[in-house]
Design a protein around this ligand. Sequence first.
Ligand code: ADP
Ligand code: MG
Length: 237
Amino acid sequence: MTETTLLEVSQLTSGYGKETVLQGVDLHVKQGELVAVIGRNGVGKSTLMRTLVGLMKTRSGKIQFGGTEVSDLPPDRRARAGIGYIPQGREVFPELTIRENLLVGEVANVDGDAPDYERVYRFFPILKERSRQRAGTLSGGQQQQLAIARAMIGNPALMLLDEPSEGIQPSIIKDIARNLRSLNAETGAAVLLVEQNLDLIVSLADRGYVMEKGRIKATLGPKAIRDREQVRKHLTI
Ligand SMILES: Nc1ncnc2c1ncn2[C@@H]1O[C@H](COP(=O)(O)OP(=O)(O)O)[C@@H](O)[C@H]1O
Ligand SMILES: [Mg+2]
């Protein structure tokens, strides 16, 4: 892991209509890091993700990625700059085939940067076996793999994952953690994960932030993030 800062978020605010949800968020992710933002339902985790990828407007504050300010860039520009996004609920296209869903991920590729299908299929062999089937026929866990694979096709330097454990069987959550770890080890892509699943947080993150009412209320170092009781406390308060 290098010490170079990849994502730097300072005093970020955003919201819906008259409601301000993010109240001034500060956080950063270094190159190759696995960082979790934890917090209960409704604290603003998905709003944070949507604002980072540009689906919601930055009202004030700053998002810097790779040393450049991206706060005013549209989502496609941020994707091509290297920000991959795996939304809550996965949002694969159920009527498209698996192969077609992956093709959608190619729009995030920087020009001349070839999408690496070999690598995707090595990580998720089921997607190769079923490449001509409709994505809607996959199980929840397999759709999660497809959503991660679709982001991988864009060769992101940072993957933003919004509650990948949601609606997934506990046994599969371990697989997701293992896949993301080896993906991180092989590609060096950093991961910013928002979660409330204790197992996934503890087994995946290098460190974390605790979110409450649109603000970062605490930080969890490498030791604290592996301490189930500490993490549990922050998820239930
Ligand atoms: N599309 C929306 N329109 C209006 N308010 C929303 C919308 N999505 C979320 N909110 C509100 O924003 C707050 C934070 O929601 P969200 O970011 O989804 O939280 P989390 O992902 O942590 O569960 C909640 O009060 C929620 O009701
Ligand atoms: Mg959410």
